[in-house]
Design a protein around this ligand. Structure first.
Ligand code: HEC
Length: 444
């Protein structure tokens, strides 16, 4: 994937901080979306297949409502999915430049799975609607029966395959984020297989699945039980079926979360742990318990009055999750960032040389004091001749002087050859300018 390497620009320490903010923002968009997408597809496909085995008409209705939660708008998958994933790829390509972390490459593979998965999930959604329309045709003849059968088959297949592809995509995405945090695994373990077999990825994925059920339940309650939602039918039993489902599954999934969060702390690499990481985990645990409590209260009173609070709490939870991930990432990649900064300095000096711009850091006076004054003074003879006696011939010929300093040659038989001081061209230019200036001041 050379194109990623080619897209990388050298960056200063400041740019890296900006890139980290961008990465954090990216996660704040893609993680909630991904959680809801996986949760709703998972439950929808499950209830769709359940509806095939049972006479309960609620299941297929519910399956449709679930998938509509996250696919009500086609550009959503683009804005909340594709664009942020691309942005994550480029941020990581920049930040993990010159390492063999493999993170951007693996996220790229995850993106391919995402794209195919999302196309199938949208097909699934539309075929479920077509199915609905076909189902409403009363006087069925042979032809419409064949269409019905075909639509049902398409529905089942696209849903299942789409779900599997999205799960693979999520697994790889999570694995890549975790890999970015653990610099000790870069190299041999950063292959696709390394990510797949990592216990770290697996525990995080389980955490993600439980969270996705919990988030989906909360959004289900919030979205379908808002005051002005049009249910288009008035079966109170169905409504309470949906409500009860969302409340119980939401509560159960939320109660599983703390155990998975704690398990994750144990598998987090030591290089990534610090105070902010621990602090965020404590806050996340607290929020999870709060959410579980609200689910419980709603279930007890069989209402949905806290559903918007639960959504807000999830937003805060995701924020702390991102803070935690970024803190862990910064801690474990400190060395990498020093290396990149140094690389940037080198790049900047070279670029300035190429452009003929002097870098501010180079001062003739400093070079004189550090490199020349051991052998030269202006008026006294030391190892080398006093500048006042040799510089007259260089007045107005600063470039020639710089050339001599860069590459000293034998001049005066009374002195040994001046050793090469190993200066860079811009430094030679600065020192030549400086000693000529002082020389001329001394003459006046
Ligand atoms: C280790 C001692 C030593 C150091 C350090 C040293 N020089 Fe010299 N320098 C000499 C000697 C010896 C000569 C005489 C060489 C000759 O005449 O062949 C000399 C000669 C010169 C001359 C006279 C050249 C000429 O055309 O006559 C200049 C100008 C000069 N040095 C500049 C510098 C500058 C600038 C630095 C610092 C970057 C520097 N030197 C560092 C030993 C040194």
């Amino acid at each position: 994937m050379d194109f990623l390497e080619n897209a990388v620009l050298p960056q200063s320490a400041h740019h890296m901080v900006l890139l980290k903010y961008l990465l954090a923002l990216t996660f704040l968009i893609v993680l909630p979306y991904f959680t809801l997408l996986i949760g709703s597809s998972l439950l929808s496909v499950y209830y769709n297949s359940k509806s095939k085995r049972s006479d309960n008409t609620y299941y297929s209705k519910f399956s449709k409502q679930l998938i509509d939660l996250v696919t009500f708008n086609k550009s959503m998958s683009f804005g909340f999915g594709v664009v942020p994933i691309l942005s994550a790829i480029f941020c990581y390509a920049q930040l993990l430049h010159m390492t063999d972390s493999g993170v951007p490459q693996n996220i790229f593979i995850s993106l391919i799975f995402f794209l195919t998965g999302i196309v199938l999930i949208y097909t699934y959604k539309y075929s479920s609607h077509i199915n609905d329309i076909l189902g409403k045709i009363k006087d069925s003849d042979e032809e419409s029966d064949i269409y019905k059968l075909k639509a049902v088959k398409l529905l089942n297949k696209t849903g299942k395959y789409g779900l599997v592809l999205l799960l693979v995509s999520a697994y790889l995405f999570i694995g890549s984020i975790e890999l970015a945090i653990d610099s000790s695994r870069w190299g041999e373990d950063s292959s696709l297989l390394g990510i797949i077999l990592s216990i770290n990825t697996l525990t995080y994925f389980l955490y993600f699945i439980a969270a996705s059920i919990s988030v989906t339940s909360a959004v289900l309650l919030y979205f379908y039980f808002r005051p002005n939602y049009d249910w288009q039918e008035n079966d109170p039993n169905y409504k309470s079926f949906v409500k009860k489902f969302a409340l119980t599954r939401g509560l159960i999934a939320t109660l599983i979360l703390p155990a998975l969060i704690v398990l994750n702390v144990f598998v987090t690499p030591a290089v990534a742990l610090n105070g902010i990481v621990f602090g965020s985990i404590v806050i996340i645990l607290f929020i999870v318990l709060l959410i579980a409590n609200l689910f419980y209260l709603m279930l007890k009173e069989s209402n949905t009055k806290f559903s918007s609070s639960v959504i807000y709490l999830f937003v805060i939870l995701f924020t702390f999750l991102v803070i935690k991930e970024q803190a862990a990432f910064s801690t474990s990649t400190q060395n990498q960032f020093q290396k990149l900064s140094a690389n940037y300095e080198e790049y900047r000096v070279k670029l300035n040389e190429e452009l003929g711009i002097e870098t501010v850091a180079v001062s003739g006076e400093d070079i004189f004091n550090g490199r020349c004054s051991a052998c030269h003074k202006f008026d006294v003879k030391l190892v080398g001749p006093p500048y006042n006696s040799v510089l007259s011939k260089y007045v107005g010929k600063q470039d020639e002087l710089a050339k001599f300093v860069l590459n000293p040659v034998k001049i005066n038989p009374d002195y040994p050859v001046m050793p090469n001081q190993g200066l860079k061209p811009n430094e030679a230019k600065a020192i030549a300018e400086y000693i000529l200036k002082v020389y001329q001041e001394n003459q006046n």
